[in-house]
Write a protein that binds this ligand. Structure first.
Ligand code: IMP
Ligand code: MG
Length: 175
């Protein structure tokens, strides 16, 4: 696995430090309000776990999954829901927890369908932002790291479903 990593982009200590900072900011912003974290499977699992451990306040968690058709290192823009939430989010303060925003199409799709369910508020927290690849404008409220246009793996992110368990974010060797 490690031999397929061209370089480590963000190591475990930097991930931890930044996530603690994000948690502090989220805690301050949601003070006195309820909070529902929505984890977008599967890529955001590691981020969700570390973020929720850093959030020292009551919260609820739910999961949803989407799939995008097409090639594996590029999202096609055609997104479909493969697992829906278990809970109702009507009147709730919802924070979407996502691994990475690339073209923005996945998060645009997710926010569109969740808005229809009338949450009290809806925000996005993405660990990674490949800003230069953005095709649609999606307001991301919390960003961990802005990264260059390279395909990354690890810390939840996969290539062909492999590498999610790497404890760092690395650049995949071009094959
Ligand atoms: P978007 O719809 O183009 O914004 O792509 C978002 C989704 O594509 C993410 O949720 C990831 O699942 C996947 N993705 C985008 N870039 C990468 C990457 O560099 N590594 C792994 N997955 C990625
Ligand atoms: Mg994802």
């Amino acid at each position: 696995m490690q031999e397929d990593v061209a370089k480590i982009l963000i190591g475990p200590a930097d991930l931890h430090q930044r996530i603690v900072e994000l948690a502090r900011q989220i805690q301050a912003d949601y003070e006195g309000r309820d909070l529902v974290l929505i984890c977008v499977l599967k890529g955001a699992i590691m981020f969700l776990v570390d973020l929720m451990k850093a959030l020292q306040r009551p919260l609820e968690v739910d999961f949803m999954a989407v799939a995008s058709y097409g090639a594996s290192t590029q999202s096609s823009g055609v997104v479909r829901l493969t697992k829906d939430l278990d809970m109702s989010i009507e009147g709730r303060h919802v924070l979407i927890v996502e691994d990475i925003i690339d073209s923005g199409r996945t998060l645009q799709y997710i926010t569109e369908i969740l808005k229809l369910r009338k949450p009290a508020s809806l925000r996005i927290c993405a660990l990674l932002d490949k800003r230069e690849r953005r095709e649609v404008d999606v307001p991301v409220d919390y960003v961990g790291f802005v990264i260059p246009n390279e395909f990354v793996i690890g810390y939840g992110l996969d290539y062909g479903e492999i590498y999610r368990n790497l404890p760092f974010v690395g650049v995949l060797k071009t094959q």
